[in-house]
Design a protein around this ligand. Structure first.
Ligand SMILES: Nc1ncnc2c1ncn2[C@@H]1O[C@H](COP(=O)(O)OP(=O)(O)OP(=O)(O)O)[C@@H](O)[C@H]1O
Ligand SMILES: [Mg+2]
Length: 342
């Protein structure tokens, strides 16, 4: 199926646009040690592939790999021209997965994202034309220039793993990864995401300006679009799905889980915080810590893994007052929370 080509259709049966659709069953077999090793190899290949395209931002590369392995959606907040789109494209290419790009703008309708049911004269039946959200990797540029109704449709799809159109639910492919970008400068004509919507993103990252040596390499066509054009897949949707499954089986001891929960709970009572991290955030923190461990070639998560993903995983979910930021709050929380000795 070619997503977003305008020609791809899913027939939904003569005269029965609301027939319930079966959902694919989840794999139930426990991942083997070989699956875990394959996930570790994929993690390193992904990191190397992304780092060859996006130069000088290890944090953003790590966040993208952790998002892919943990099955989380990724938000990239940064100013124009720092490599947000090339990072998302490189991730899709390295995963061997199809990518659809949606440009956020004030006229974007929910159906532009999800797809529509149309009546086909030739067959006399309703057909569903899937929207770009049905691609395995979806790049939504300038999410905050998209009106709230469309944001909601996308974020509901992200949360539910399915799209509902005219009373019929259509499952999204698995794995499914949304990379959304936002420009923090210039709030005119934007629709800032509400807290509950930000909570749907497993991780958020920035890229930042490169240092002078990196920028000099970039202008001489090292990295960036040239490296992206030469990138070959490191995996496929099947190996990616298996890696997510294997990552979710990485050992998390009760002590590490208690530490992650203590960090999350401390955000709720920290000074300058109006809204702390949710239990959904605690679950995401553990999933991302497991992915961080896989990237570090380990079958068990440590407090270091929790610390390594805490800012990317939690900062964007906090509502803070005054000059505090999610990052400053988390720096304080991490410094004050006792770390278990394993
Ligand atoms: N750190 C970087 N590494 C690699 N390429 C970079 C980097 N910073 C900028 N570029 C290059 O700058 C150009 C613009 O990048 P890109 O389109 O990804 O920016 P963007 O952040 O998505 O911008 P916008 O917000 O306008 O969409 C590309 O040619 C890209 O390769
Ligand atoms: Mg862009």
């Amino acid at each position: 199926m070619t997503i977003g080509s305008g020609r791809a259709t899913i027939a939904i049966g003569t005269g029965s646009p609301s027939a319930p659709q079966p959902k694919p069953a989840r794999a139930t077999a426990a991942p083997s040690p070989a699956d875990l090793h394959a996930a570790m190899a994929l993690a390193v290949d992904l990191r190397n592939a992304l780092a060859s395209v996006l130069l000088g931002s290890d944090d953003a590369v790590t966040a993208a790999v952790v998002a892919a392995l943990s099955g989380s959606h990724l938000l990239i907040e940064d100013v124009p021209g720092v490599g947000k789109t090339v990072l998302a494209r490189a991730l899709a290419t390295a995963l061997g997965a199809g990518l659809a790009r949606i440009q956020g703008h004030p006229d974007l309708l929910p159906s532009d994202v999800t797809g529509v049911s149309v009546f086909a004269q030739d067959t006399g039946s309703w057909e569903f034309r899937p929207g770009p959200v049905f691609a395995p990797v979806v790049l939504l540029d300038e999410l905050n220039r998209t009106p709230p109704r469309t944001q909601s449709a996308l974020l509901e799809a992200m949360e539910e793993g399915q799209v509902s159109v005219d009373g019929t639910s259509w499952p999204l492919p698995r794995p499914h990864l949304v990379v959304a970008t936002q420009n923090p400068v210039g709030q005119l004509g934007t629709y800032p995401l509400v807290e509950s919507q930000l909570d749907r993103f497993g991780l958020s990252t920035t890229i930042g300006y490169p240092d002078v040596e990196v920028e000099q390499r970039l202008v001489l066509h090292d990295g960036g679009r040239d490296a992206l054009a030469a990138l070959t897949p490191a995996g496929s949707p099947a190996t990616w799905a298996a890696a997510i499954e294997a990552t979710s089986a990485v050992t998390v001891t009760p002590a590490v889980a208690a530490y992650a929960v203590a960090v999350v709970r401390a955000t709720r009572t920290a000074a300058a915080v109006r809204l702390g991290a949710s239990p959904r955030a605690a679950i995401a923190l553990i999933r991302c810590a497991q992915a961080h461990a896989v990237l570090d070639q380990r079958a068990y998560a440590t407090p270091d893994d929790v610390q390594g993903v805490a800012v990317a995983c939690l900062a964007h979910r906090l509502v803070v007052d005054g000059t505090a930021t999610g990052r400053t709050v988390l720096d304080e929380v991490l410094a004050a929370t006792p770390v278990p000795v394993l």
